[in-house]
Design a protein around this ligand. Structure first.
Ligand code: COS
Length: 380
């Protein structure tokens, strides 16, 4: 059913991402994490390599390389710096969403800015202080006033929100529930939009996570993305793809943790042997590698379905829940193998451990993924 052979284009994209990840990102990742330095310079360079619109048409500045190539690129970038890959992931997701649901004018206006790196990043403003898993309960409001929409409300957990040239903002323009929600494109710096608190996170220190406040924020009527009332479905469709991105990010972090563990286990001596000689270590390495292969196959299956234009909601959620939970087991084993060195920032495993934790939480918690999977199976 699935073709496991990669195409020349997919191999080429993976190679470009791998080279960039290893040469540019990996050497800088520790310092960027320590300083909490947003990777603007790297994101711009990545745009030059086609990585900010991997699955975006060439006519809009993208690489038009498909969803599988995107998943492979995310794995490579994530293995070097997960803070950079989350900004890359959200920007790609927003660019794809505008391509899919935007008007010609919106596509021309925003997508080339993202794929070229002229905009540092894009943001996805769905969650609010009191609702993340249940976006149909959102309170941010959109009121129509002649040629304008006026937004009021608050968003939380917005990745790159302080660096976004454009963001998709969801707001209630109609009745209660999912059908009353619309999506809007809001430019960074718009009057009435202010950047709030910067969250101090456990990991992903070089990525920014902020709250946003909309106070009589006036945007043109043409800022509506898709149709009025279609916002919830746009968000769900975007998140289906975003979940492949987080599954891929999980695989990338996990592979980096495995590689570090193999290196360490071969070098570290105990009782007159490299610790890799001990069955306790061997079994951990075997489980880490097996889980990561399974996670990668699930991510690539979901990406292949997406690329074939088929529905992949269930498979995207399966990839996300499995890969994100697997990487947490993998980084925990990696820390154990490293002993004390797994607990200090001199070795990258400590960063992988912190960065991996959020993957079971953002873009839909594990619990939400299980709801999506079970609903789809039970519906037959
Ligand atoms: N793609 C397209 N449309 C979808 C969809 C998808 N993956 N999932 C749901 N929809 C549509 C439904 O078909 C329905 O439309 P119709 O009324 O026309 O049939 C509409 O959206 C409402 O769907 P549903 O009734 O399933 O909505 P619920 O409120 O029950 O929510 C879950 C469903 C739990 C799946 C959803 O709220 C969700 O994914 N929550 C997590 C959100 C999230 O990931 N937050 C993290 C923020 S981003 S960091």
């Amino acid at each position: 059913m699935y073709d496991f052979e990669l195409t020349d284009v997919q191999i080429a994209v993976r190679e470009v991402a791998r080279q960039f990840a290893q040469r540019r990102l990996a050497p800088a990742a520790r310092q960027a994490d320590r300083e909490g330095k947003f990777p603007a310079v790297f994101l711009k360079e990545m745009a030059g390599l086609g990585l900010m619109g991997v699955n975006v048409p060439e006519a809009l500045g993208g690489a038009e390389a498909g969803a599988v190539a995107y998943a492979l690129a995310m794995m490579e970038i994530s293995g070097a710096c997960a803070s950079t890959s989350v900004a890359m992931g959200v920007t790609n997701m927003v660019a794809e969403t505008i391509c899919r649901f935007g008007s010609d004018e919106q596509k021309k206006r925003y997508v080339p800015e993202l794929t070229s790196g002229r905009f540092e990043a894009a943001s996805f403003a769905l969650s609010e202080p009191q609702c993340g898993s249940d976006p149909a309960a959102m309170r941010t409001n959109a009121r129509r006033d002649c040629k304008y929409w006026i937004l009021n409300g608050e968003k939380q957990w917005i990745t790159s929100g302080d660096h976004a040239g454009v963001m998709v903002v969801w707001a209630r323009s109609g009745k209660a529930g999912a059908d009353g929600i619309s999506a809007f494109l809001v430019e960074g710096g718009t009057r009435g939009l202010s950047i709030g608190k910067h969250e101090e996170k456990m990991g992903l220190h070089a990525s920014t996570t902020v709250s946003l406040a909309f106070s009589d924020c006036r945007i043109p009527a043409s800022a509506l993305l898709g149709k009025e009332g279609e916002g919830f479905r746009i968000a769900m469709a975007a998140l289906d793809g975003g979940r492949i991105g987080i599954a891929s990010q999980s695989v990338g972090i996990g592979r980096a943790a495995l590689a570090a563990s193999v290196r360490y286990a071969n070098e570290r001596q105990a009782f007159g042997h490299p610790i890799a000689d001990f069955q306790a270590i061997k079994f951990q390495i075997a489980d880490m590698a097996t889980e990561l292969d399974a996670a990668e196959l699930l991510a690539l299956r979901a990406a292949s379905l997406k690329e074939a234009g088929r529905r992949f909601t269930r498979e995207g959620s399966m990839a996300k829940v499995f890969a994100s939970e697997a990487v947490n087991r993998v980084v925990s084993k990696a820390a154990q193998i490293h002993g004390g060195y797994g607990y200090i920032d001199e070795f990258p495993v400590e960063r992988y451990f912190r960065d991996a934790r959020v993957t079971t939480i953002y873009e839909g918690t594990s619990e939400i993924q299980r709801i999506v999977i079970a609903r789809s199976i039970l519906a037959g």
